[in-house]
Design a protein around this ligand. Structure first.
Ligand code: NAI
Length: 340
């Protein structure tokens, strides 16, 4: 049997953490042959609750679960981590300014990045879920100079999945027929979900959906706002934020990273820009991405790469630029706070 993969989950007593860790233990992330060791990081106020989660993990008697550790110490949590899922974050409280929010999250993601730098496994791969995800990933990465930048990612997979389903519903096809949608930019209301390179069955999505080049009609009036504001819509209807769908997206992001994206398709993820599509270097921006997969974890195993060479319409270019401008403003704000 393979050696266990060490998976660190922060905010493990929170809602997403609670939904996520059981599926990881069940093998939904790395497949049925890969044992996992879970390390759960929580703040002192919630650590008892995380210990309760660990009790329930024991009670699942998961054959793949090689052990569970609970800690409040980031150094212990990330020691030996192969996969780090950074879910715990500071939500915006009443009366909190944006700079207060960025500063509070800097105090979380800076030290966590440093702990990853100090003690994680050589092949560590990091997914930031906690919001503001892109900028939190930027902060963690800045604190981990010895870890290759490509190992830090931010989650836009939930937005990607939301976009797939909206296209499928509009085209009246099963979601499995829809491929190659893209989320560009920031995981925020400025994100740009793009269908211009998508396919429905074997036909171009714009043809099936009757989307003109300027996006007039369904695309700009319904699709883009529905995807970008889906989180708020779920809160209104469910009476709580997106949790199981977010946990599912974190799992799929990680699974595709390690095992590879399906041939002929791509997904979306926030990656550290190397200047692709004119996005300033170093920003954590969502792009269309593929992973070539790999036989296993390890320094030479799978990596994401940006799907290059897509032609962008004027509409797409303007929407992407607007979201990237927001990412730049967030980077300026955390620079001013000395966080990057
Ligand atoms: P939650 O509030 O239920 O759980 C967060 C947990 O993180 C809490 O248990 C808290 O004690 C813990 N935590 C806070 N600071 C920590 C630290 N320094 N170290 C370890 N743990 C810490 O929130 P929920 O619903 O689980 O969401 C988590 C985050 O995910 C939020 O920031 C939310 O906005 C974000 N999110 C991101 C999505 C995306 O698509 N990128 C989608 C949905 C949610």
């Amino acid at each position: 049997n393979a050696a266990p993969v060490t998976v660190t989950v922060t905010g493990a007593a929170g809602q997403i953490g609670y939904a996520l860790v059981f599926r990881i233990a069940a093998g939904d992330m790395l497949g049925p042959d890969v044992p996992v060791r879970l390390k759960l990081l929580e703040v002192p106020q919630a650590v008892r609750s995380a210990e309760g989660v660990a009790m329930e993990l024991d009670d699942g008697a998961f054959p793949l679960l090689a052990g569970v550790d609970v800690t409040t110490d980031a150094r212990i949590a990330f020691d030996g981590a192969n996969l780090a899922l950074l879910v715990g974050a500071r939500p915006r409280g009443p009366g909190m300014e944006r700079s207060d929010l960025l500063e509070a999250n800097g105090a979380i993601f800076g030290p966590q990045g440093a702990a990853i730098n100090a003690g994680a496994a050589d092949d560590v791969r990091v997914l930031v879920v906690g919001n503001p995800a892109n900028t939190n990933a930027l902060i963690a990465r800045a604190a981990a100079p010895d870890v290759p930048a490509e190992r830090f990612t931010a989650m836009t997979r939930l937005d990607h999945n939301r976009a797939l389903t909206q296209v499928a519903k509009h085209a009246e096809v099963p979601v499995s027929q829809v491929r190659r949608v893209t989320i560009w930019g920031n995981h925020s209301a400025t994100q740009y979900p793009d269908v211009f390179h998508a396919t429905v069955g074997d036909r171009p999505a714009p043809e099936v959906l009757e989307v003109p080049d300027d996006g007039a009609g369904w695309l700009t009036e319904t699709f883009v706002p529905t995807v970008a504001q889906r989180g708020a819509a779920v809160i209104e209807v469910r009476g709580g934020s997106s949790v199981a769908s977010a946990a599912n997206a974190a799992l799929e992001h990680t699974r595709d990273w390690v095992l590879g994206t399906p041939v002929g398709d791509w997904t979306s993820a926030g990656l550290v820009s190397r200047g692709e599509y004119g996005v300033p270097e170093g920003l954590v921006c969502s792009f269309p991405v593929i992973s070539d997969g790999g036989p296993a974890l390890g320094p030479d195993a799978a990596r994401w790469s940006v799907v290059e060479g897509l032609e962008l319409s004027e509409l797409s270019r303007a929407r992407i630029d607007a979201s990237v401008a927001e990412l730049e403003a967030e980077r300026e704000a955390v620079r001013a706070l000395g966080l990057v």
